[in-house]
Write a protein that binds this ligand. Structure first.
Ligand SMILES: Nc1ncnc2c1ncn2[C@@H]1O[C@H](COP(=O)(O)OP(=O)(O)OP(=O)(O)O)[C@@H](O)[C@H]1O
Ligand SMILES: [Mg+2]
Length: 656
């Protein structure tokens, strides 16, 4: 090829032209244009194709020697820029200075990274010699094998070394005269020294890539990286970090109130690491198989039910715990040893323990029905209000990573641990969970009971305050008393706001319930006793007056589920209906259910099933059914309402 005036391009356009390395003589028409900053020496390679066979052979020999020298040198080499001929790749020869032009110098990676077959296979093909985009971007592709543009293949002798691995895609537009063929690949890439076998791998990736993570949003496993032939087989390859979550350090004290905001927020951030981080146990677990009888909750069996999802066994019946509870440990010695003596078969009012448990532990036995409590109401509470649902683990609550971590750190741990020293601060016994309806407040209350190994008693504010319910006060007091009789106990009062504000028409007993509630929260009905945790939930925190608000030592905002959490809740709900959506359909559904609470997502699935005529219809639920249901079920919480939660949280919440 002869030089033509079309090569007389300004320097800044020069990289658009192709480059021949067969000559070191600059063309007279290649005017030197000094970029800003000045460049003292600059030579251009000049293309021509009329060199003799002898010259060509000499050139080939020269470059072969040069590059075989490079390849034979130790692995830790400087970048090409350090070599005398670094500019070979940038179009200028013998200039070791970085390119001082207006653009930043082209990054020159280590030559090893650019060589075909090394680990830099992810650079979109631009990781060729030195990874120089100039070179890669201007080589006329038709010369090289592996040309995605369909150009003629390279001469067979170059195909192996120039397999197109370093050609970035998109060079099809370069149809100019071809460069002289590059030197044979065999010369540029001598056989690796012994031990540098192509099978050597830099990282311990599994051959087939990593398995997809369970749960929503599973992505296809990442492709295994290309082999790294430059590692000797004897070299110890870096090992991926261990996947087991490190054990969490115990809290240094019970001073939850004094925890600094910064420290708390850092802990919360760590909690958001979800399944991959140290809070792995908070990861949502796939749907559990429904009970054999179809009931989601085992039938209440008051003789055995402790209200925390666990059934106490007769003495001596050692039930092997599942892996979750520590293999080989009988189920009845759950969690902290503090609960060992209490996790015995429940009797209605167990005898007071002769040896009182240490003060401050959550499980101080009492067992005596308090005086002044209506026995009938107590009996009613005991038989009707003890929740015998299945245990709820942290992983059963989708999302809410930071909140779950906060509850565990601020509530569960302090309650489970004995006091650090006599007179140390008493752990909190009251917590308020507020947030939109169906956000999972009650679910978290049940989870707390499970974590504490506690009996769960449930009260609904709206039921107690129902018009005509003169029993409200008696039931409320009895519930507190019953909780005290069955320590450790969690008393879950949902719709708390219903107990507080009397209706204007006077049909509600709500106003009358506020005083007994406050008295009970102050410990008058046993709530202050060790071993009872009161969990109040409300979707109208603004309705709480200051007196009530102050009674709750901790106040947490339960937010609506985010996208991944919605996906998990949906997947779980749909799996129970035998419906499996594709990933795309699920993603679309998650997108379409923004602002839905967990409860509303459950309603959506039920509506879809009802709309499709299930369960009579013998086909699985489809995406279309869900789309149709979306027209009927929507989010109830308005943006304004959500803003008010955020505001309230800022003012009175614990700010997890
Ligand atoms: N994060 C979640 N993960 C899994 N299920 C959830 C989640 N949030 C809500 N749900 C499900 O949604 C339903 C309603 O939840 P829950 O009763 O706990 O809401 P709530 O906040 O107490 O509502 P309300 O204010 O009406 O009392 C339950 O079936 C619960 O299992
Ligand atoms: Mg609720």
């Amino acid at each position: 090829m002869h030089w033509t005036p079309e090569h007389a391009q300004p320097l800044n356009q020069w990289p658009e032209q192709h480059l021949d390395v067969s000559s070191t003589t600059p063309s007279p028409a290649h005017k030197l244009e000094l970029p800003p900053g000045g460049r003292q020496r600059c030579h251009y390679a000049w293309a021509h194709d009329d060199i003799s066979a002898l010259t060509a052979s000499n050139l080939l020999k020269r470059y072969a020697e040069k590059y075989s020298g490079v390849l034979d040198s130790p692995y830790e080499r400087p970048t090409l820029g350090g070599y005398g001929d670094a500019a070979f790749l940038n179009g200028a020869k013998g200039d070791p200075e970085p390119w001082p032009g207006p653009e930043t110098p082209y990054p020159l990676a280590s030559l090893h990274e650019g060589l075909p077959g090394t680990k830099s296979g992810t650079g979109g093909g631009s990781g060729g010699l030195g990874g120089s985009p100039v070179l890669a971007g201007n080589l006329p592709e038709p010369l090289y094998a592996g040309n995605a543009c369909g150009g003629p293949s390279a001469a067979p002798e170059y195909a192996a070394g120039y397999g197109g691995g370093y050609l970035a895609p998109g060079y099809c537009t370069q149809t100019g005269a071809a460069l002289p063929p590059p030197p044979p690949a065999a010369l540029l890439q001598p056989p690796p020294p012994p031990g540098y076998g192509p099978s050597g791998s830099l990282y311990n990736y599994p051959a087939g890539g990593y398995a997809a993570q369970p749960g929503y949003g599973t992505l296809p496993p990442p492709p295994a990286p290309p082999p790294a032939p430059y590692l000797t087989s004897g070299l110890a390859a870096p090992t991926p970090l261990p996947t087991a979550a490190p054990s969490r350090p115990p809290p240094s004290s019970y001073g939850f109130q004094g925890a600094s905001e910064a420290g708390v927020s850092l802990k919360r951030k760590a909690a958001d690491e979800g399944a991959e981080g140290r809070y792995r146990k908070y990861a949502f677990e796939p749907a559990k198989a429904p009970a054999a009888d179809g009931a989601s909750y085992p039938a209440a069996d008051n003789g055995e039910c402790r209200g925390n999802g666990f059934r106490a066994k007769p003495p001596g019946a050692a039930e092997e715990a599942s892996g979750k509870y520590g293999g080989g440990v009988p189920l009845k010695v759950l969690g902290s040893p503090v609960y060992g003596p209490q996790l015995e078969p429940f009797e209605k009012f167990p005898e007071r323990s002769p040896a009182p448990a240490p003060r401050g532990a959550f499980a101080v036995p009492s067992g005596e029905p308090p005086k002044g409590v209506d026995p009938g109401a107590l009996e009613l509470v005991t038989s009707k209000m003890v929740d015998c649902g299945p245990p709820v683990q942290w992983a059963d609550v989708a999302g809410q990573g930071a909140l779950k971590a906060a509850l565990e750190e601020e509530l569960v741990w302090p309650l489970l641990r004995p006091p650090a020293y006599p007179g140390s601060p008493r752990p909190p016994r009251t917590v308020l969970l507020f947030g939109p309806r169906g956000a999972g407040k009650a679910l978290l209350g049940r989870c707390l009971a499970t974590q504490l190994g506690a009996t769960l008693l449930r009260l609904r504010g709206a039921t107690l305050a129902a018009p005509g319910s003169a029993e409200g006060t008696r039931l409320l007091q009895a519930a507190f008393a019953a909780a005290r009789c069955r320590p450790p106990a969690v008393l879950l009062i949902s719709e708390l706001e219903a107990l507080l504000s009397a209706r204007e028409d006077g049909t509600s007993a709500a106003g009358a319930l506020q005083a007994p509630l406050l008295a009970c929260l102050d410990g008058g009905c046993g709530a202050g006793a060790d071993g009872v945790l009161v969990v109040g939930t409300t979707s109208r925190p603004a309705a709480l007056d200051e007196a009530t608000r102050r009674r709750f030592a901790l106040r947490f905002y339960v937010t609506l589920p985010d996208g991944p959490a919605r996906g998990q809740i949906l997947q779980r709900a749909l799996a129970q209906q035998g419906c499996a959506l594709s990933e795309r359909e699920l993603a679309a559904l998650v997108q379409g259910t923004q602002g839905f609470s967990g409860g509303e997502l459950g309603q959506l699935c039920q509506q879809a099933a009802a709309g499709a005529g299930l369960p009579g219809l013998q086909r699985p639920l489809s995406y279309k059914d869900l789309e149709a249901a979306l027209a009927k079920v929507g989010p109830r919480a308005s943006p304004k309402e959500l803003d008010s939660f955020v505001e309230w949280d800022k003012m009175y919440g614990f700010g997890h």
